[in-house]
Design a protein around this ligand. Structure first.
Ligand SMILES: NC(=O)c1ccc[n+]([C@@H]2O[C@H](COP(=O)([O-])OP(=O)(O)OC[C@H]3O[C@@H](n4cnc5c(N)ncnc54)[C@H](OP(=O)(O)O)[C@@H]3O)[C@@H](O)[C@H]2O)c1
Length: 356
């Protein structure tokens, strides 16, 4: 009997290796993800046979914190003001040293968006894949600027490079198309930027532009640099990510006609709403004979149309495919947990396929 018990424990321990998780960028998204993982730890273990510990946390201010035995997160204050509480931790010199010191199995990358070239996230992701870790990112920059290279590197290394949270938070947009073999995406339109949608909704409710932006910041949806949202960059990057991955057409940001909401006055926004044609920041893409035509810009949308009903942090996408002429998804008022959830779902997808 004793031997039997011993064997059972031994085989269970063998079946559930403890994965070392590293978090690069420790702002809204990755902090929320750490909490969500903690909330779901028992379910991950019991239902998905996933055990983990956090062995690395890094940001510009924190430095490259690593402990291969696991960082003790209990009692840590996760608020932005409490970065000092990590000062007792061991620091690596750079990303390669950090991944190695933390013995990283999975990197969760959630640093700020760099619309110009996706750096330094592209280099960090490349380093993690080279190291032999799966990479899960919420950052759109590397998808737009280095998707094919990173996808191919991941495949070469037998690792996953997943990015479900980059567009529509945790909604399975990219993995949806994994379930639709041979389908051809002809185009799409939608509302993909929460910050501008919150600003437009709040201006309709009577707030000034500045107070509406403040509200978007309080909710935690605004980009680190909110001009990325207001001037349509974030929406354009998401549009480019969808075109690059789902339509298999690499597109540069300067090929997307882009206009933000900066020039819309509260008066114009309220009048449009009152007249039954509220303003929305609409993303569009359409396959053409030579590639894809794409745009981002404010449009007046008839109030009976689905897009007109998308308010606050909600988002919406309508896909046109050769099989399903119209396939729409609405995401109602997601919070940061939705973004974190997309990364958690990617984590389960990556590790499950390791086990099969
Ligand atoms: N918030 C959302 O709802 C949401 C939704 C989907 C996707 N995303 C994407 O997720 C990413 C993170 O968003 P967030 O809201 O968590 O942003 P955030 O709160 O501003 O946090 C960004 C984090 O990245 C770190 N960072 C920035 N540049 C870095 C660099 N060069 N090297 C190392 N660390 C760096 C920052 O550290 P320091 O403060 O030390 O500089 C901070 O810890 C962005 O790419 C965003 O587009 C966000």
């Amino acid at each position: 009997l004793k031997l039997g018990n011993f064997e059972t424990c031994f085989s269970e321990a063998q079946l559930i290796p403890t994965l070392n998780l590293c978090f690069l960028g420790f702002g809204n998204v990755n902090r929320t993800l750490v909490q969500l993982l903690e909330n779901r730890a028992a379910e991950l273990r019991e239902r998905y046979s996933i055990e983990y510990r956090v062995t690395g946390i890094a940001s510009r201010r924190l430095g490259w914190i690593a402990d291969p035995n696991g960082l003790d997160l209990k009692g840590r204050d996760f608020s932005r003001a409490a970065q000092d509480s990590w000062q007792d931790a061991a620091l690596a010199a750079d990303v390669k040293g950090w991944l190695s010191a933390a013995r990283a199995d999975v990197l969760f990358e959630a640093t700020s968006l760099n619309v110009e070239n996706g750096q330094p996230a592209v280099d960090h992701i490349r380093a993690a894949l080279e190291h032999g870790a799966h990479v899960i990112t919420a950052n759109k920059g590397p998808i737009v600027h280095a998707y094919r290279e990173l996808r191919d590197l991941a495949a070469h290394k037998g690792k996953h490079f997943l990015f479900e949270s980059t567009v529509m938070d945790g909604v399975p947009i990219f993995s949806l198309f994994d379930q639709l073999p041979t389908i051809h995406l002809q185009g799409f339109h939608g509302i993909l930027n929460s910050t501008t949608n919150v600003i437009l909704s709040e201006m309709e409710n009577g707030l000034t532009f500045e107070d509406a932006l403040k509200k978007a910041r309080e909710i935690g949806v605004a980009e680190t640099d909110a001009t990325h949202d207001i001037d349509g960059w974030d929406a354009a990057v998401k549009t480019a990510a969808l075109i690059t991955v789902l339509m298999d057409v690499p597109i540069r940001l300067d090929q997307i006609a882009r206009e933000g909401i900066r020039d819309l006055t509260p008066q114009a926004v309220r009048t449009a709403k009152r007249d039954g044609w509220p303003f929305k920041l609409v993303c569009r893409a359409k396959r053409t004979a030579t590639g894809v035509k794409a745009s981002v810009g404010p449009e007046k949308v008839l109030s009976t149309q689905p897009m007109a009903k998308v308010t606050g942090t909600s988002s919406y996408i309508y896909f046109e495919t050769d099989i399903f002429p119209g396939l729409a998804i609405t995401e109602e008022n997601p919070g940061l947990y939705a973004t974190a959830y997309g990364m958690l779902a990617d984590f389960v997808r990556a590790t499950k396929s390791d086990m099969t």
